[in-house]
Write a protein that binds this ligand. Structure first.
Ligand code: 0O2
Length: 215
């Protein structure tokens, strides 16, 4: 048993390293924007390595032999939270620009254009990420989830309720949760509208001030 625990800890090392490195890289992007006094499309970043019990449960669910866990796409997971929906696509572009450099994109899943039946929204990018270990380079898969604060609020609570009730929530509760997902989407749209309105008003004010100073 102790031997098995030691083995698992060793398997997890490159995934832990990938999560730490990717968090540092996304935080560096945010710092760059802030140092230049520019608005950052990244609000905050979290990361986690999947728990061993969840990995084993997923192996069982998808019939993945334990020795093939490196096929699993979300052992290393990074979440990038944004204020506005537009920011998500700016972050996606930043990631695409790094494709073939420090990471490679395997594929993308757009759960914003195509939300899940639960109401879940987020933009997922699966990447291959090389980690330098004491025994050479190890490429691991990682899942980047990019979402707004409202999407994250909804997903965090929905996930914890589902987890608590072991995915057996009654249909009426699922439907109510779906409605709260719609409310979160409305909030995102309204916030974007308000922001655009403020930007438009600011531009008009600047144009008027320029006209006055030209006279
Ligand atoms: P955790 O704790 O975040 O790791 P599967 O991984 O089997 O669920 P698939 O198709 O391989 O399915 O991956 P998918 O659905 O593209 O992305 C899986 C992850 O996205 C989940 O990981 C969640 O983080 C998130 N996610 C997907 N659907 C939902 C949903 O309906 N509600 C919430 N709250 N999150 C969702 P894990 O392993 O479930 O959880």
């Amino acid at each position: 048993m102790e031997h098995k625990v030691r083995e698992w800890k060793q398997v997890m090392i490159p995934y832990e390293q990938a999560v730490e490195e990717l968090k540092v890289k996304f935080k560096a992007i945010r710092k760059e924007y802030r140092d230049m006094n520019e608005y950052s499309p990244i609000e905050f970043i979290t990361g986690r390595v999947k728990r061993i019990s969840s990995i084993l449960e997923k192996c069982k669910r998808y019939n993945i032999p334990e020795e093939n866990i490196d096929e699993m796409e979300d052992i290393a997971g990074i979440r990038v939270m944004c204020q506005f929906i537009d920011d998500i696509y700016k972050v996606v572009d930043l990631i695409r620009a790094r494709d073939g450099k420090d990471l490679s994109i395997v594929y993308e899943k757009d759960y914003i254009g195509n939300p899940k039946d639960s109401g879940y929204k987020s933009y997922h990018i699966i990447i291959r990420y090389p980690v330098q270990t004491a025994f050479g380079t190890k490429e691991v898969l990682a899942e980047l989830q990019i979402r707004t604060l409202a999407m994250n609020f909804w997903a965090t609570i929905e996930h914890s309720l589902n987890y608590k009730y072991q995915d057996k929530l009654p249909l009426d509760i699922k439907e109510r949760l779906k409605k709260t997902a719609d409310a979160a989407s409305m909030l995102d749209l309204e916030m974007s509208d308000i922001r655009n309105e403020i930007i438009r008003a600011q531009l008009m004010f600047e144009q008027k001030s320029n006209l006055v100073s030209d006279i």
